[in-house]
Design a protein around this ligand. Structure first.
Ligand code: SAM
Length: 287
């Protein structure tokens, strides 16, 4: 993916499908080349602030709740009692904020490779960072691949991979070796959840991710789909993989009685997100 410059518009070109997505902007607020990637912040006219990494849209003020809630609550309400949660990537801190809404969580670790992303989020998206000082939160800057490789076996309830696309530093978060590390580090019944791109544009990648998760020994998988206007195609997914036992049910009564607010997620949305179109089911089937 690449961008082209046009006055007053940010445009992300999706070269693989020869299409593009644009947001009208009034100015570029910041730009920093970190050792890993180029992070930019724009002021848009309708979507609030926009963070991009290497020209790809990451977070906008207006609609990030869709992604952050779906990366978090389905997995945490599927697990019986999630206490230890690890977020790989997620440097904008929006996923961490959603995780910490669950009072049962005792420890949440966020491991992003790039400190610049979190510094920019603290400055331009303070609403996503409001739980960063929660005593249960540990924010680290390190390679998530190494962190999971070194994690103690059977020590984590939920791993959330909130990463960039599988290019650059995110590439190694989408392969067998990484999934093996996650499987080992999860406790029995533990769940890995990973952003798994667009069912429309990236179906072969999504299918390969699922097959790799199965190949390393995850017992059950579930792909959830949800809208995400600023990502390619506007239709996004996350995939849950459970170390042992079925992933199908969730604590529906607890969702209905949740003491915290969500803007998108609820029990009906959780059910609906599980419904997959025929072309997606067909791609997932293994002969
Ligand atoms: N919601 C976004 C999306 O799907 O496009 C992801 C947002 S989040 C900002 C992605 C983060 O993943 C970035 O901050 C990036 O630094 C981080 N990341 C990429 N590779 C990583 C790695 N190997 N270890 C830890 N973090 C990584």
């Amino acid at each position: 993916m690449s961008t082209f410059e046009q006055k007053n518009w940010f445009t992300e070109v999706h070269a693989d499908v020869e299409s593009a997505y644009s947001l009208k902007i009034t100015e570029k607020l910041a730009e920093q080349q970190s050792p890993f990637q180029k992070v930019e912040i724009f002021q848009t006219t309708q979507f609030g602030k926009l963070m991009t990494i290497d020209g790809c849209t990451m977070v906008s003020s207006r609609e990030n709740f869709l992604y952050h809630e779906m990366m978090t609550h389905p997995a945490l309400f599927t697990h019986d009692n999630p206490e230890t949660v690890v977020i790989i990537g997620g440097g904008d801190c929006g996923t961490l904020k959603e995780v910490l809404k669950h009072q049962g969580v005792k420890q949440a670790y966020q491991i992003d490779i790039d400190e610049v992303v979190t510094q920019m989020a603290e400055q331009y998206f303070p609403e996503l960072c409001e739980s960063n000082n929660d005593p249960r939160a540990t924010i680290m800057f390190d390679d998530g691949i190494k962190f999971m490789k070194d994690a103690a076996p059977n020590s984590i309830d939920i791993v959330i991979v909130d990463s960039t696309d599988p290019i650059g530093p995110g590439e190694g978060l989408f392969n067998h070796a990484f999934y093996e590390s996650c499987l080992t580090a999860l406790k029995p019944g533990g769940i890995l959840v990973q952003q798994s791109e667009s069912p429309l544009y990236h179906l072969s990648l999504l299918t390969a991710m699922r097959h790799a998760m199965e190949d390393v020994g995850f017992a059950d998988l579930q792909t959830l789909n949800f809208p995400q206007p600023i990502y390619p195609s506007g239709w996004w997914s996350c995939t849950l993989a459970r170390k042992s036992q079925s992933i199908d049910g969730f604590r529906e009564d607890d969702v209905k009685q949740a003491t915290f607010e969500t803007l998108y997620y609820n029990a009906e949305i959780h059910q609906a997100a599980k419904a997959l179109p025929n072309f997606v089911k067909k791609a997932f089937a293994r002969s």
